[in-house]
Design a binder for this molecule. Structure first.
Ligand code: HMG
Ligand code: MG
Length: 308
């Protein structure tokens, strides 16, 4: 097997990781954490979301966070945006990249953004157009690609339709979401075989939640199929509040451990991230799911890790 020389990691911890947390992480702590991530070699960080704060109270301080961080040159700072009201707030906060999102399944789309799939297309089309006109990059997410918490199996035709629409709008990259962590490697292979006939691997990213422990296996298959961009969340935090049963994203710590061990370059300093994981674990007040973080912290004799 020939593995790629390098992989791009898109850190979504400050957005996906924190959006579902019951403990409100203070604005100062969010900023301090993002600043630590910025110093680790990560080149892409999704820092917050400009959604309706009543829907996601954990990120209601999006403006203060986005304007409070110390930006490192060469790092792209992204925010999740659902509508023009959110775009206006994101532009005022001067983020570099806008991530738009919708689902391949009707019920999750409705529960998550209060619209049908067909009602969502014109909203996102306006967002992508305005983003491009403002000289900024636009990224798209399609959720429930591998299964929906309400409908179960999701037809590949629905995934293709939503993906085609998003690319036609002008997004630069599409992130394929296993929102509730149900995918297995064979399914990932089957889905990618279909999608890679339509879209170049370079324009795709994989976004695996690790609810059932299959995320790294799914990433390995995606690598074999030529995809080299992966979303992950430090410590394995994460989950969508409108997807019952969804737990954290694949942990950045675990992904780095696997990739670096295989000789695949990421540009990220694992040691610096250990401290960032410890920082957020202490703020959240519970043990982070990442196995490699827990192993590294116990190997360091408790100077890192399970202090909670
Ligand atoms: P809605 O209630 O239908 O919105 O929500 P509305 O347009 O009817 O407006 C209602 C009120 O909200 C109005 O205020 C608006 O101004 C305000 P009022 O006039 O009543 O005082 N409002 C806003 N305020 C601030 N910022 C905004 C905004 N929009 C409206 N952007 C909406 C529709 C889409 C906004 C809502 O459903 C929402 O915010 N949903 C987001 C849910 C969410 O964030 N889910 C998690 C992220 S997706 C995810 O995790 C999946 C992903 O990780 C990939 C994967 O894992 O698959 C990306
Ligand atoms: Mg997610």
């Amino acid at each position: 097997m020939k593995w790629p020389e390098g992989v791009t990691i898109k850190e979504v911890g400050p957005r996906d990781g924190l959006q579902n947390e019951k403990t409100f992480i203070s604005t100062d702590d969010k900023i301090a954490w993002i600043n630590q991530l910025s110093e680790s070699g990560l080149k892409h960080i999704e820092i917050t979301s400009f959604v309706n704060p009543k829907w996601i109270p954990a990120l209601s301080d999006a403006t203060a966070v986005a304007t409070g961080i110390t930006k490192v040159p060469g790092v792209t700072y992204t925010a999740l945006v659902p509508n023009l009201r959110g775009l206006e707030r994101a532009f005022q906060s001067n983020v570099d990249e806008i991530a738009v999102f919708m689902s391949a399944s009707e019920t999750h789309n409705q529960k998550n953004i209060n619209k049908s799939i067909d009602q969502t297309f014109p909203v996102l089309r306006d967002l992508v157009r305005e983003t491009i006109m403002a000289g900024k990059i636009s990224r798209g997410y399609v959720s429930t690609v591998f299964g929906c918490p309400y409908e179960g199996h999701v037809k590949i035709e629905s995934v293709i339709r939503v993906s085609e629409n998003l690319f036609e709008m002008g997004i630069a990259e599409l992130s394929l979401g296993d929102t509730i962590g149900v995918a297995n490697p064979k399914q990932v292979q089957d889905v990618l075989e279909v999608l890679l006939k339509r879209f170049p691997a370079d324009n795709l990213a994989m976004h695996f939640h690790d609810t059932r422990g299959t995320a790294l296996a799914n990433i390995l298959v995606s690598l074999e199929m030529g995809v080299t961009t992966f979303d992950s969340s430090l410590g394995g935090l994460g989950g969508c509040p409108y997807a019952p049963g969804a737990s954290g994203n694949v942990a950045t710590d675990d992904l780095l451990y696997m990739l670096h061990g295989m000789g695949i370059h990421t540009g990220v300093d694992q040691h610096k991230l250990l401290h960032a994981s410890q920082f957020i674990q202490e703020k959240i007040g519970r043990t982070l799911p990442s196995k490699s973080f827990q192993a590294a912290s116990s190997a360091l004799g408790g100077t890192l890790g399970s202090t909670v």
